[in-house]
Design a protein around this ligand. Structure first.
Ligand code: PLP
Length: 386
């Protein structure tokens, strides 16, 4: 395959070579079942314990508070469904209008089952107003679930303040931190966050592994019943190689946080400034300050985001658009709609998301390609008079 100039790291990341290296033995000769009594199993069990410590260290948590899952979506379900099973018909959920479908569709499904659901809106910059949440009635049967960082815009929510607000009223606080972990500090040590979801493939571990942090004392129903794995909360023989890889990825992420906030942020800012300066009719989506260091989301007036992606793809550049093409109709992103971005601008949004492997040459390639792509597509646009 031709090398790709990769700007789609919020969709998924490359597995770090150091991660692959620690995984390989568990895909070949170290195949023991971690639940087995013999030494062959015990050796594998110890590696899972070590990975649990590595994940816990990144979050400032205790290892017993980490449950391995199969992905970020599963972690989100384990938290939210687990809460509703404990609180039964009394359970109410408060969330935002810009959550990832892993939370949004889940909550809509729970609403259809009869649970009370409140979805809080955001400002034009994608920010959440704490005062709005503080006016809502909160009690011990209320779960607040708010994402830490938005996958489309990178905009950050004040999750520590939200968690404190929840705790004041005895409510429980969960955050979908899938996009935040590994990019910004996400310690739960000094905050009131009760549950936190993360996903391996967003931080240079493989796909098919995730984790849920559950603060000691938080009541949650088991997600999968059967064996005693994951303290009886998530039965099933462990995905050992991927768990070991996730542990290593968390260790690497700890050492990489400064680089995310210096080198990666500088590259993102250079890319963004270049796009806004050289592409006429370009608009930034989301708050410029309160967002992830690796993400920029830009709309290009009068042209479709999909068109831009196809022409970028011809040049070997991978990015992403906010809108999804479903059953022949183009639905604009619910995130852009909640921010009040006009329909046509929402359709023209493109997300560029960087990683520790992004280089200056990658940024140069996008900046060289984009002005001509925008000019070409705009000349074909029915909205622009020539
Ligand atoms: N939450 C957010 C904010 C995400 O961006 C994603 C994936 O894009 C998920 C949850 C789902 O994670 P996974 O793909 O591991 O299920």
């Amino acid at each position: 395959m031709d090398p790709v100039i990769y700007f789609d790291n919020n969709a998924t990341t490359a597995v770090a070579p150091e991660v692959l290296e620690v995984m390989l033995p568990f895909l070949s000769d170290r195949y023991g079942n971690p639940s087995s009594m013999h030494r062959f199993g015990g050796l594998v069990r110890r590696q899972i314990d070590a990975a649990r410590q590595q994940v816990a260290a990144l979050l400032g948590a205790h290892p017993e508070e980490i449950y391995f899952t199969s992905c970020g979506s599963e972690s989100d379900s384990m938290a939210v469904v687990g809460f509703t099973k404990v609180h039964k018909s009394r359970a109410r959920i408060i969330t935002s209008m810009v959550e990832h479908p892993a939370i949004r569709s889940l909550c809509h499904g729970l609403k259809a089952e009869g649970f009370e659901l409140v979805e809080v809106g955001v400002s034009g910059a994608g920010l959440l107003d704490l005062a709005l949440v503080s006016r809502l009635p909160l009690d011990p049967d209320t779960l607040l679930t708010f994402m830490w960082a938005n996958n489309e815009t990178g905009v950050l929510f004040p999750v520590e303040e939200l968690a404190a607000l929840a705790h004041d009223k005895g409510a429980v606080f969960h955050t979908d931190a899938v996009q935040a972990v590994g990019k910004i500090p996400t310690s739960v040590e000094t905050s009131a966050i009760d549950m936190l979801s993360l996903s391996g493939h967003k931080l240079h571990a493989p796909k098919g592994v995730g984790a849920l942090y559950v603060r000691k004392g938080t009541k949650l129903s088991p997600f999968l019943v059967g064996g005693h794995q994951e303290h009886g909360m998530r039965a099933g023989t462990e995905n050992v190689a991927s768990i070991v890889g996730l542990g290593k990825a968390c260790e690497l992420a700890m050492g990489n946080l400064t680089e995310e906030n210096t080198r990666v942020r500088r590259l993102r800012d250079r890319l963004e400034a270049g796009l806004l300066a050289t592409c006429a009719g370009a608009h930034l989506n989301g708050d410029p300050a309160r967002r992830l260091p690796n993400t920029t989301n830009v709309s290009f007036e009068f042209i479709e985001g999909e068109g831009i992606l196809l022409l970028l793809d011809e040049k070997g550049i991978a990015a992403s658009s906010g809108s999804a093409c479903t059953s022949g109709s183009l639905e604009p992103s619910h995130v852009m709609m909640a921010m009040g971005v006009p329909y046509t601008l929402a359709h023209s949004s493109v997300r560029f998301s960087l990683s520790r492997y992004t280089t200056d040459a990658d940024v140069d390639a996008v900046l060289a390609a984009m002005p001509a792509i925008v000019t070409r597509l705009r000349s074909l646009s029915p909205y622009v008079k020539s």
